[in-house]
Design a protein. Structure first.
Length: 705
């Protein structure tokens, strides 16, 4: 078999373009890769795919072994309980021979389930399918659902008449969140204008006449909108929030509007103005609004105000701000205020009385884990829900070592019962240990690292570190979801690896101040925190220099590339999946997704000072012949709607151009099916994970021989 040593890495065609900005002269040889119709594009991308395959061809048996292990760890079907809306309960069940689970429902009083929506019948779903929303009307007559069958995140919104078994309306735009008014025929949803790449319109449509009307439009290009319904169901809210804020399921809004849900053609009222200058999340509880607000500090407090006079002068504090406890989410039951709190990395679910007095701590999570309140359809724009007129709260706990466990807690009886606990064949949680360790950043700040390994692992040993560190996004350990993905990581742990998530500044795990500490002129703190974490784990005996692989996805891919440029000696290898590799060029083109919002995170290259700072770490513009970089895996998705395929493609082409030997340990794969998150189903899911792990094992073996 021809080995990779006899192959020359592919080199992209060059079409040089000189650009001068702020007296800085740069040459872009690979701008042509932006053109999907360029005659040389597919031949180049396919050549890179072939080279990547050949690079691990001699490890085919290992890859096949890993694929079998991943497939063997898939959870048993039907682990999710039904969620209730009005008189029906809804559930997904997998049918024999079908790629995607089918939606069923039955009356809450009992009876037989009936199929109401089969995504396998959607044209294109055999290749790729992603659910956006699945929202039943209160009476169950209609279902609003959206889907993407390309991977571009263009979710098409449809409304189905369940009794008639057919779609009665659809929208031609790019839809986001959708909610029903309580009249059971008026639907509100968010939509992107054609010249924008974020949701800036709220649209209203009465299904009986089918004429959509834009009822709210945000003109500020740095702001986006979301429409939602209160937990009580009595109010509709429009939140206007900064596009750069991705701090969690309940993002704080700069402005909030409200409307009684039984008056869908009424006049929206502004209850929080953007002149307040704070981030607010609003809810409804009996005769008042509740606001989670950051006016007393970044970790927020909870206040209440009368429905007819909710101005700050009428706010009454229910839950005070605490400097060490982040109030992440607020959930309302008829007689209970439920707050998802987090101290450090450890979450708690706490019940409060109407007076603000703490009633009970429902659950204290593991030192670092995922805790999700409510049940949802698990679509991209789905939200958790549970019966409002109930004394029971539903939540899901998941971690490195705990497969997803859905629990119902009876607040009246103070008793919990497990509704569902995912079962993984052959998995024994007692063989693994999850901890949180600290490393000192350059400025002495403690950087937390969520870490997992086998209890019998010999230290030091190889280590895979995952990182994100942007937009205030939180990355918590969980069992099935990214970035943990333990169904694949266990194959590494069982081979002596440790796996960790580094909660660097720039993320939101320790609150909004944690995010702000690494933005714009301080963005490189994100990269130096990752470096400090790696060095700290060496000092603590977990690993050694030459045994550390760093991994990041999307903006996290840009993080690991920048960190490896700063310290190429520290890392054995780098995985950058669908990475943001050319920050400067992205921010110059505001037609690209998220480009404008990224100036808040990284700085604006139109400003000379901010351009010069970006120039010091932008991965694309810091490639040069005299810096030898670690072996690197990079991938892209041709239909990606977030990081467009040519961003990583240009980085790879430029890196090969700058390297004296075309950088043979650089591999680049482009997926032609699916989008930013990878394949949605089928054998490609396991294959993509197995390829990455095979490549990781190859690099560790290579570094120790």
């Amino acid at each position: 078999m021809t080995t990779v040593r006899r192959m020359r890495p592919p080199l992209a065609h060059e079409e040089s373009r000189i650009r001068v900005l702020h007296d800085d002269v740069t040459t872009d040889r690979f701008r042509w890769l932006r053109d999907k119709e360029h005659p040389k594009l597919h031949s180049y991308l396919n050549a890179e795919n072939d080279y990547a395959e050949h690079s691990i061809a001699h490890l085919g048996s290992l890859k096949a072994e890993l694929i079998a292990e991943i497939k063997g760890r898939q959870p048993s079907d039907d682990i999710l309980p039904a969620f209730r809306v009005g008189p029906f309960e809804y559930v997904q069940r997998r049918a024999d021979g079908k790629a995607h689970p089918v939606w069923w429902r039955r009356p809450v009083t009992g009876g037989a389930y009936q199929i109401i929506f089969d995504p396998n019948e959607v044209a294109g779903a055999e290749r790729f399918y992603s659910l956006g929303v699945f929202e039943p009307s209160d009476d169950g007559r209609y279902i609003a659902y959206s889907f993407d069958v390309v991977g571009s995140e263009w979710y098409k919104l449809h409304v189905r008449d369940v009794d008639g078994g057919r779609d009665v309306w659809h929208d031609v735009g790019r839809a986001g969140r959708a909610v029903w008014a309580s009249d059971n025929q008026t639907l509100f949803f968010t939509r992107e204008r054609a010249d924008r790449r974020h949701h800036d319109q709220v649209v209203c449509v009465n299904i009986l006449d089918g004429q959509p009307e834009v009822i709210f439009e945000e003109a500020n290009e740095r702001l986006a909108v979301v429409v939602r319904r209160s937990n009580s169901g009595d109010w509709l809210f429009i939140d206007v929030y900064a596009m750069s804020d991705n701090s969690g399921a309940q993002r704080g809004a700069a402005e909030v509007w409200c409307l009684p849900s039984d008056q869908p053609r009424g006049t929206w009222r502004r209850v929080v103005g953007r002149d307040l200058g704070h981030k607010v999340y609003a809810e409804h509880w009996h005769d008042r609004f509740l606001f989670r607000v950051d006016d007393a500090g970044a970790f927020c407090r909870i206040v209440s105000a009368p429905l007819d006079s909710p101005s700050p002068c009428n706010w009454k504090e229910l839950v005070p701000h605490r400097t060490d406890v982040n109030l992440e989410e607020v959930h309302i039951l008829e007689q209970h205020l439920i707050v998802l709190e987090r101290k450090g990395l450890c979450p708690s679910l706490v019940a409060y009385e109407a007076s603000g007095e703490m009633n009970a701590v429902i659950v204290r999570g593991e030192p670092s884990c995922t805790l999700i309140v409510g049940l949802s359809a698990r679509g991209r724009y789905s939200v958790g829900r549970q019966p409002f007129h109930s004394g029971k709260v539903l939540y899901t706990v998941s971690s490195f070592v705990t497969p997803d466990k859905i629990v119902e807690h009876n607040l009246i009886e103070d008793r919990s019962s497990i509704l569902s606990h995912a079962s993984v064949s052959g998995y024994d949680s007692e063989q693994y240990e999850a901890t949180v360790v600290m490393a000192k950043g350059e400025d002495g700040v403690d950087i937390p690292i969520s870490l997992v390994m086998r209890r019998d692992r010999k230290c030091p040993g190889p280590l895979l570190l995952n990182v994100y560190g942007c937009y205030g996004t939180c990355r918590w350990p969980s069992f099935f979801s990214w970035p943990s993905s333990m169904t694949e990581r266990l194959s590494l742990l069982d081979r002596g690896y440790a796996f960790g998530i580094v909660h660097v500044r720039g993320g939101g795990e320790l609150g909004r101040s944690w995010h702000k500490a690494a933005t714009r002129e301080r963005k490189q703190v994100t990269h130096t925190d990752l470096i400090a974490a790696a060095e700290g784990l060496i000092d603590q005996g977990v690993t050694t220099r030459g045994s550390i692989i760093i991994e990041g996805k999307s903006a996290g891919g840009g993080t690991v590339l920048s960190a490896s440029h700063l310290r190429p000696d520290l890392f054995c290898a780098v995985l950058a999946e669908v990475p943001l590799t050319d920050i400067i060029d992205t921010e110059f083109d505001f037609t690209l997704p998220f480009a404008l919002s990224e100036t808040t995170e990284y700085g604006d290259p139109h400003e000379v000072g901010e351009y010069r700072y970006l120039r010091t770490y932008d991965p694309y513009y810091n490639l040069c012949a005299d810096r030898v970089l670690p072996p690197t895996y990079i991938d892209a998705a041709f239909e990606d709607g977030q990081v467009l395929y040519y961003q990583p493609a240009r980085y790879v082409a430029q890196r090969r151009f700058c390297s004296l030997d075309s950088d043979p340990e650089l591999v680049f794969r482009t997926r032609f099916v699916g989008g930013h998150g990878g394949a949605s189903h089928g054998p490609d899911v396991a294959e993509q994970a197995a390829y990455r792990m095979t490549w990781i094992i190859k690099q560790i073996t290579r570094s120790h021989t």
